[in-house]
Write a protein that binds this ligand. Structure first.
Ligand SMILES: Cc1ncc(C[n+]2csc(CCOP(=O)(O)OP(=O)(O)O)c2C)c(N)n1
Ligand SMILES: [Mg+2]
Length: 802
């Protein structure tokens, strides 16, 4: 079966490409000289350290060659997502054959010298990484940490109608939780407005040292597995027991043709209305070939080809062992390089028919390099802002609900390239206003009582933080924008995915031809301090610790204290590139502090002195260092801000002579030394705010040690005393949570009595301390008796200082 369109390509050409790519893969793993084997191989031609993964490479090369055929014959734009990213040599080999590699890295030219450089640089000091890294043209999936290929593929397919995303999934990779949850990604695809994903499960039978599960289950179960996941599997098996590769080429070519045809008919049927009735059954390919196929069969009396032993470097002792050296040479010559490269080392013209033109090359597609990314049309914030009266602050609003209105307008203005992802928490996190303009997309059965569920929509929700994060990553890396919202505690599930994405961004920033991609934005709500329905399991602010460890250029952490600052921070986040922005904000009714204009200024500065919340004679906003308060009450996070403002009120009320300064931090990285983070305040500005020697009582949303980690170089660090989450939690009232963790207003005020030198001994202060101790104990007793916090805690009112 051949497609209409371009000229059909002979399978002999496909086989030649495959041999060439295999040759180049082996060359990268082993050789540093003599790339064309113009003379017999010598030990010095071989790299001293043999690093790389051969086992997966022939399979990846086979798929690449066959996809090239489909692209050339059909003209269908195709993206190759390589799950077993450890097959870096294979991906690089194909991009060199495509010509893309030499275009992007002219030193690695398409000739003998370039080939030598190509071989030498691989997994070599100062060279290129071993995986399908950002340095690899056409890659959006590094594949070092296995499991994310298929979710990246689905994310790439969204809003890319006409695109086929071919995704090779390793059979070991398929055992990961992240991959296992991905098969259903098509349940969120619309065949008319989105691209298609073609999973290709590569059953080479083995991982590093074990067989794989899917390779050992009965074939009928394997077929049922795919059917149960909504696919029609196309099984291709071959290459065992010395089978001629040409036979396998025939079978794989047929399967790929069937898959592309089916994708075409699914699209046509869907456009004609079929999708309204039922989800399509997408094709998937199951490719069973030997691990390390075409590599050394038996080495030192042990079977290598077709076993786990082929995973990395099948011949390990090449420099020392003449027998291994001879086997390597025979292996390389088995691909008949003289038929594949001319005397100058250029790929022969016979390969040309298999090379797609221009951007149709999978290694050159703009989709894998940020796509045609555009800046969003960002709504202004003021239309959505909460009314705050500077003369009477503190009225309650739900910050995330306010944000929901802005997000709805964002989606209305940008209907094609921004999406919201959430593990079932968009409504719970009170962003429901987005459903005024869009729906949750759902390709499966729809019931009459469903709400905001439809065949198309900008919101994707599945109860898998992995899948949501991975699809968003795929969406961003292909040039679009998005936000993931999650409960704060459970975002830890994707700690490692965050790590990998941050590493990708960091590496990509050093690759000159990589385009900018929109930042990965997290909104963490239902946070540690307001888990009113839930308990200890839901209380964990530690994602921030994970985030700040990453490269400073990449990460930003924002703790907006109220709704208007949240609006400003979110608008800013959507206006940034190549970063990860983590925003933590509450969804419960909470006091509102800043007008939208004040919020703009506060976010711009990232940190600010709230003079009217404190009590500091002689304070001059233009020169905050000119006065030195007795104590600084600092805060970061909405709930700690409320407690700090309340603590300042207690102090103002009972100790009016004490000079108290209130500082709010919205951009956490302002605390870090500027040599460590671009947002870090310089020492002069930091000392002007935090003073050089006054005690600082810092109320923090997360773990106290994080503030110390960020501020350890600061002049006044010895006087910095941080309160935060100390891993005390349960299902209880908001105030009791604060009490349990020593973050409540009374505790903060008591800290001041304790920390300001000489204060505790002053007349009357011991009585004040007793009073505050009694008040916090009484608040707790009240809650334990009545099941809610007392009025004197919940009903307090902000009063402006002088
Ligand atoms: C999450 C994760 N766990 C462990 C590893 C270590 N590792 C690297 S390759 C590999 C085996 C992969 O097997 P498979 O997906 O079948 O790939 P292939 O056989 O094509 O090499 C493992 C376990 C990893 N890279 N990522
Ligand atoms: Mg495998």
């Amino acid at each position: 079966m051949r497609a209409s369109g371009g000229a059909s390509v002979a399978l002999e050409t496909v086989d030649a490409w495959w041999r060439a790519a295999n040759y180049l893969s082996v060359g990268q793993i082993y050789l540093m000289r003599n790339p064309l084997l113009e003379r017999p191989l010598e030990p010095d031609d071989v790299k001293p350290r043999l690093l790389g993964h051969w086992g997966t490479s022939p399979g990846l090369n086979l798929v690449y060659a066959h996809l090239n055929r489909a692209i050339v014959e059909r003209g269908t734009p195709t993206l190759y997502v390589c799950g077993p990213g450890h097959g870096g040599p294979a991906m690089v080999a194909n991009t060199w054959l495509d010509g893309t590699y030499s275009e992007l890295f002219p030193a690695v030219s398409a000739d003998r010298a370039g080939m030598e450089r190509l071989f030498r640089q691989f997994s070599f000091p100062g060279g290129i990484p071993s995986h399908a890294a950002p340095e690899t043209p056409g890659s959006i999936n590094e594949g070092g940490e296995l499991g994310y290929s298929l979710m990246h593929a689905f994310g790439a397919a969204l809003d890319n109608p006409g695109l086929v995303v071919a995704c090779v999934v390793g059979d070991g990779e398929a055992e990961t939780g992240a991959l296992a949850t991905s098969w259903r990604g098509h349940s969120f695809l619309n065949p008319v407005t989105d691209g298609a994903v073609l999973p290709i499960l590569h059953l080479n039978g083995y991982k590093i040292a074990n067989p794989t599960l899917l390779a050992r289950i009965p074939e009928a179960e394997l077929v049922d597995f795919f059917r149960g996941n909504g696919y029609e599997p196309l099984l291709v098996t071959g290459g065992f027991d010395g089978e001629d590769p040409m036979a396998v080429h025939g079978r794989l070519a047929d399967a790929i043709d069937v898959a592309y045809e089916r994708i075409g008919s699914i699209r046509a049927d869907a456009a004609a209305g079929a999708f309204a009735e039922a989800a399509p059954r997408w094709p998937a390919i199951v490719l069973r070939t030997p691990k390390g196929w075409t590599g050394p069969g038996i080495v030192d009396g042990v079977q290598v080809e077709g076993t786990f032993r082929a995973h990395q470097v099948p011949l390990a002792g090449v420099r020392e062992n003449p027998e291994h050296l001879a086997m390597l040479e025979a292996w390389l010559r088995s691909y008949r390089p003289e038929e594949l490269f001319d005397r100058d080392g250029r790929p022969v013209a016979d390969l040309d028919p298999l090379r797609p033109q221009g951007d149709l090359r999978m290694s050159a597609t703009p989709i894998a390099n940020g796509g045609i990314v555009r800046a969003l049309d960002l709504p202004p914030t003021d239309a959505f802002a909460v009314d705050v009266d500077p003369g009477d602050r503190g009225d309650a609003a739900e910050s995330t609900r306010v944000l929901g209105g802005w997000l709805a307008e964002l989606m209305r203005r940008n209907p094609d390239d921004v999406r919201l992802f959430g593990p079932d928490e968009v409504l719970s996190n009170r962003l429901g206003a987005v459903f005024d303009v869009t729906e949750r997309v759902w390709a499966e059965a729809l019931h009459p009582l469903d709400e905001h569920l439809a065949r198309s929509g900008r919101v994707i929700e599945a109860l898998s933080e992995h899948l949501m994060q991975g699809m968003l990553e795929g969406y961003l890396l292909t040039g679009r924008h998005g936000l993931i919202t999650s409960y704060e505690a459970f975002i830890h599930i994707v700690d490692s995915m965050f790590n990998q994405h941050a590493k990708w961004l960091e590496s990509a920033s050093r690759v000159p031809w990589r385009g900018a991609v929109a930042s990965l934005n997290y909104l963490l709500s239902s946070h540690v301090w307001r888990q009113d329905h839930n308990g200890f399991s839901h209380q964990d602010p530690g994602f921030l610790n994970v985030v700040v460890n990453k490269q400073a250029d990449v990460v930003r952490v924002y703790l907006p204290p109220d709704a208007n600052t949240l609006l400003v921070v979110m608008r800013h986040a959507f206006d940034t590139w190549n970063r990860v922005n983590v925003i933590v904000a509450g969804k419960q009714p909470a006091p509102q502090w800043m007008t939208i204009a004040e919020a703009e200024a506060h976010v711009e500065q990232g940190i600010g002195i709230w003079a009217e919340a404190g009590n500091e004679p002689g304070y001059d906003a233009a020169d905050p260092g000119a006065s030195v308060p007795d104590v600084v009450l600092a805060c970061a996070g909405d709930v700690p801000t409320m407690e700090t403002v309340a603590a300042a009120l207690l102090l103002r009320d009972r100790l009016p002579d004490l000079a108290v300064r209130v500082v709010n931090v919205v951009d956490l990285m302002r605390l870090q030394d500027p040599s460590h983070h671009p947002h870090g305040l310089n020492d002069l500005a930091f000392d002007a705010i935090f003073t050089k020697h006054a005690p600082v009582i810092f109320a923090f949303h997360g773990y106290p040690s994080l503030i110390h980690q960020l501020a350890y170089r600061r002049t006044n660090h010895a006087n910095l005393h941080v309160r935060g989450f100390i891993e005390k939690g349960t299902t209880t009232t908001p105030f009791d949570m604060l009490h349990l963790n020593d973050l409540d207003r009374y505790r903060l005020a008591l800290d001041v009595l304790h920390r300001v030198p000489g204060l505790a001994g002053r007349p009357g202060v011991a009585e004040i301390a007793d009073e505050w101790h009694a008040a916090r104990a009484a608040a707790r007793d009240y809650a334990y008796e009545h099941g809610e916090d007392p009025d004197w805690v919940t009903g307090w009112e902000y009063e402006r200082g002088d």
